[in-house]
Design a protein around this ligand. Structure first.
Ligand code: UDX
Ligand code: UDX
Length: 434
């Protein structure tokens, strides 16, 4: 099947590459010519495990091509996925200007043949109706199409795996023809994985995505609330949450306390869902509490650092990990950025290291020292702060670290080390909730 992907970010590029791998003929479009140039050379503009290899494989078979010209691709494709970004506006609402722009571009190029337009970007409920209205309003020909919602559940860092082995495939379609086309798109994946397919109304599909992300964010904030309780009450949050999570109704995943959730999705999606609740006249205080607890996670962690170090001014502090989570180069809403900016404004000299995110970090915070390996970043510092749970950090030589530091103080924002072992090694060690 001929498929178009509009927007080659984390979501679009992964989706397009995987669909090509299923045997479809996929053209990925992006209005950023630099990105397209890189992709044409076989280089991935983002770090995502396994993605660059899969791009190369499918480029070679001719199933995957890249262009910055949307018109011919729209004319030539049966199914068109909209994967552009939906950033938050000041008031928390999702800014749909890119989705509208792409809908207009589709309208200008749609021909008489039936097409399925797929909303893959995370959008508020009823957006598909607006996309349909927009295409009808701006199309010249008698356009024949349906708008479908097909939310994406991939996580950065495991995006290829999540797409190839999904927990479920959600198709929100209100016409039989569109449902059949979408089942054809996913047939190779359904045959291979037996992934459950939920065929629902368009509005339900839109809400499934916001609902899922809000629930996961709520779990994390709940874990951070338990962590705060444990710190005050003298209990260990990991012991508490482990046992809570063993209840099958609750589950162990996404109950890890830390310095709060970041990334391009949770913060923006829960803000957009909160806005939707307000518009619909529904109490949004649950979502507001999730946001508040998330902000307090990083604030309380910073207070811990200030309390232990007393004066921050002129202290040498190492920060390991800048990405918002491990296995990605993405720093959007990364808690580490907030932490570095605050420590820097209090006068600290920051020495930073991240295995993948330093190129992006240098653009956002150019005036700190970056190092090519963790030991160099730690050398001569008075405290070490861990902000991302990279495996590389879990395997560090702790004895060597102790020798490199002026004072062996560690603030572990992701609980990657064991407090008892750290004490035994002679560190002053602070985790979260322990
Ligand atoms: C984004 C959203 O954050 C997510 O919620 C949504 O589900 C999908 O889009 P992501 O893939 O991480 O996820 O976004 P981003 O990396 O910003 O990629 C968007 C791409 O669209 C960029 O490459 C941008 O150049 C491109 N784009 C944007 C277009 O091609 N045309 C436009 O008009 C606007
Ligand atoms: C999320 C959703 O998981 C995914 O289904 C959706 O499609 C996009 O948004 P992503 O943002 O890529 O994916 O990463 P995720 O693994 O969900 O982590 C988000 C943030 O939560 C990270 O900052 C992570 O460190 C934090 N987190 C996660 C915790 O603090 N504790 C946890 O237990 C899990």
């Amino acid at each position: 099947m001929k498929i178009a992907i509009i927007g080659t970010g984390y979501v679009g590029l992964t989706t397009g590459t995987c669909l090509a791998d299923f045997g479809h003929q996929v053209t990925c479009v992006d209005n950023d010519p630099k990105k397209i140039e890189k992709l044409k050379q076989g280089k991935s503009p983002i770090f995502e495990p396994g993605l660059e290899e899969l791009i190369a494989k499918n480029k070679q078979t001719g199933n995957l091509i890249f262009t910055d010209e949307i018109g011919p691709v729209v004319k030539d494709s049966e199914v068109i996925f909209i994967c552009v970004n939906t950033p938050p506006k000041e008031d928390g609402h999702a800014d749909l200007k890119y989705v509208e722009k792409v809908a207009r571009e589709i309208a200008e190029n749609i021909n008489g043949e039936y097409k399925v337009i797929v909303d893959k970007s995370t959008v508020p409920v009823k957006t598909a109706e607006k996309v349909k209205e927009t295409i009808l309003r701006y199309s010249i020909d008698q356009a024949k199409f349906d708008v479908v919602s097909n939310p994406e559940f991939l996580k950065e860092g495991t995006a290829v795996k999540d797409t190839m082995e999904p927990d479920r495939i959600v198709i929100g379609a209100d016409s039989q023809k569109a449902k059949e086309k979408m089942l054809e798109v996913y047939k190779p994946l359904i045959d291979k994985t037996n992934a459950p397919v939920k065929i629902v109304s368009v509005r339900s599909a839109e809400l499934i995505k916001h609902g899922a992300n809000t629930f996961l964010a709520t779990k994390i904030s709940f874990a951070n609330l338990i962590a705060q309780t444990c710190e005050e009450a003298g209990a260990d949050a990991l012991e508490v949450l482990e046992a809570i999570g063993l209840d099958e109704r609750i589950g162990r995943y996404f109950l890890n306390p830390g310095i709060g959730f970041g990334g391009s999705c949770f913060p923006k999606d829960i803000a957009a869902y909160k806005k939707t609740l307000e518009i619909l006249g529904i109490d949004s205080s649950l979502v507001e509490s999730v946001q508040k607890i998330n902000e307090s996670a990083i604030e309380k962690f910073l207070q811990k650092i200030e309390k232990e170090l007393w004066v921050i001014d002129n202290k040498e502090i190492a920060v390991l990990g800048i990405a918002f989570k491990a296995n990605t180069d993405d720093i959007r809403n990364a808690p580490a950025l907030k932490l570095i900016k605050k420590l820097k404004s209090d006068g600290a000299n920051i020495q930073a290291y991240d295995p993948q995110a330093m190129e992006n970090a240098k653009k956002e915070i150019p005036d700190i020292k970056y190092f090519d390996n963790p030991y160099e970043a730690i050398k001569g510092v008075e405290a070490l702060v861990i902000c991302t749970e990279w495996d590389e950090f879990k395997n560090l030589d702790l004895q060597k670290i102790k020798e490199l530091m002026v004072t062996p103080i560690i603030f572990d924002g992701r609980n990657i080390f064991n407090p008892a072992k750290m004490k035994e090694l002679g560190f002053r060690y602070y985790g979260v909730g322990r």
